[in-house]
Design a protein around this ligand. Structure first.
Ligand SMILES: C=C(O[C@@H]1C=C(C(=O)O)C=CC1O)C(=O)O
Length: 187
């Protein structure tokens, strides 16, 4: 997988994460899910749109790493694909007013890349949400809540994830909330 992360941002990585089927279940272990992050863990519709509404000047997507790689065993299980099968993996920062607010990791199995799905290989800095929410055949499944196990300071602690199902395949989108998103006091 190709990395395009600048030195300034290189500490911003995605830590190991445990996933729960509901906010309530995750909240029993970490009550912080009911704090300022709660809105973001539950917001429906396009996450990109929700973030754009919070920006004073600008929103942009920065590709951190992208390419064919092996998903984790847990991701492969969630996607019901063979464990060692390669997938297109896209990791981005979602930046509001020029600051990374969210890290996102999307695992796109080979089946999703057939036909018009090939467009997913060429998104570049265009948000994935714009593709998923304008194409009629993608349906979002239930949101899971993630409790991260940060290994270095500044890494995300809370996350959300869902499957998007298309004709005969699904992709997995994880969104990891950075503290900068809550330190703004606007919600
Ligand atoms: C899934 C969405 O797409 C957003 C954009 C992403 C990208 O460009 O890789 C990844 C996760 C997002 O939150 C969304 O807007 O809801």
């Amino acid at each position: 997988m190709q990395s395009r992360v600048s030195d300034i941002d290189s500490h911003l990585t995605i830590p190991p994460t445990d996933w729960y089927q509901s906010l309530t279940a995750a909240g029993l272990l970490n009550p912080e899910v009911h704090g300022p992050a709660r809105y973001w863990l539950q917001v429906e519709g396009s996450f990109t749109r929700a973030l754009q509404k919070q920006c004073s000047h600008s929103f942009h997507v920065e590709v951190r790493r992208e390419g064919f790689a092996t998903p984790t065993q847990e991701e492969a299980r969630r996607l019901r694909i063979p464990h060692r099968q390669h997938a297109w993996i896209r990791e981005v920062s979602l930046c509001g007013d020029n600051q990374p607010w969210v890290l996102a990791r999307t695992v796109i199995p080979l089946k999703c890349l057939e036909g018009e799905g090939r467009r997913l290989l060429h998104l570049g800095n265009r948000p994935l949400g714009a593709y998923l929410f304008t194409s009629p055949h993608w349906q979002r499944g239930p949101l899971e809540t993630g409790l991260c196990r940060p290994v270095i300071p500044g890494q995300p602690e809370l996350a959300r994830r869902s499957l998007f199902s298309g004709h005969n395949s699904s992709l997995l989108v994880g969104e990891y909330l950075l503290p900068a998103l809550f330190q703004r006091n606007t919600l």
